[in-house]
Design a protein around this ligand. Structure first.
Ligand SMILES: O=C1O[C@H](COP(=O)(O)O)[C@@H](O)[C@H](O)[C@H]1O
Length: 231
């Protein structure tokens, strides 16, 4: 299920979302002395990242990671890791730790096995997950056009992270699987623009998850996805 939080301006959304995420992280820090946050990449979250980076929380005990990453070098314009370093891990948030999904070399079985072990031992379940959504209804790198979509969405997938090769988007990807994203304690979908509202409405109008993977979050009765949308 989901709840829609509608904002007239993107800056209003960025500030409200940053306040909410800071509060959720503070609650986790008070309860267990540490907190984990997975964010998404793409073109949407820059303003939110900057707003969140100024929040006065115990960033030293926060681990930030990505819901998914393109398998590209840090210097690439397409790197979500670079986006997070340039826009979130600055100001007060510069003290946070970062859990890298992209490693040197190929995204092979050995790399994935090590990443899966590290993520399960040190990071999961996530306290806060911020998802984005593409025009095709993909979220994280759960791409409807990929051969891997069934296993990426499978609730019994024991892998936390897997490689995905989209057919209609550039770059091989590494993504957290739905089974592990869905265990996050707080799940937020951040989308902006009239086009994405249409995609959201389409996602709510039917339940085929392999056609639009975002449906797995919006239509799961056990998950309360907070949708943040602004024009
Ligand atoms: O490729 C990706 O796309 C989605 C959506 O990005 P946007 O540019 O339409 O906001 C993003 O959530 C994901 O992290 C990214 O890798």
């Amino acid at each position: 299920m989901y709840q829609l939080n509608d904002f007239a301006q993107r800056t209003d959304l960025d500030n409200a979302l940053a306040n909410n995420v800071a509060e959720l992280l503070s609650n986790a820090l008070s309860q267990k002395g540490k907190a984990s946050l997975a964010v998404s990449g793409g073109s949407t979250p820059k303003g939110f990242f900057t707003a969140l980076s100024t929040k006065d929380i115990d960033w030293q005990n926060v681990t930030v990671t990505l819901a998914d990453e393109r398998w590209v070098e840090f210097e690439s314009e397409a790197s979500n890791t670079r986006l997070v370093h340039e826009n979130l891990l600055k100001n007060k948030a510069a003290a946070a730790r970062f859990f890298h999904l992209k490693k040197a070399g190929e995204c092979n079985q050995a790399t994935l096995a090590q990443l899966n072990t590290d993520a399960k031992n040190n990071l999961l379940p996530l306290d806060v997950l911020i998802l984005g959504m593409g025009e095709d209804g993909h979220t994280a790198s759960l791409f409807p056009c990929s051969e891997q979509i069934s296993s990426a969405l499978a609730l019994d997938n024991t892998d936390a992270l897997m490689k995905v090769v989209p057919q209609t988007a550039p770059n091989d990807r590494i993504t957290f699987t739905y089974a592990h994203l869905a265990q996050s304690k707080n799940i937020i979908l951040h989308v902006c623009g009239a086009g994405k509202k249409v995609v959201l409405e389409k996602a709510l109008s039917s339940n085929n998850q392999t056609e639009m993977p975002i449906r797995a979050f919006l239509q799961n009765p056990d998950i309360n996805t907070q949708v943040y949308w602004a024009e």
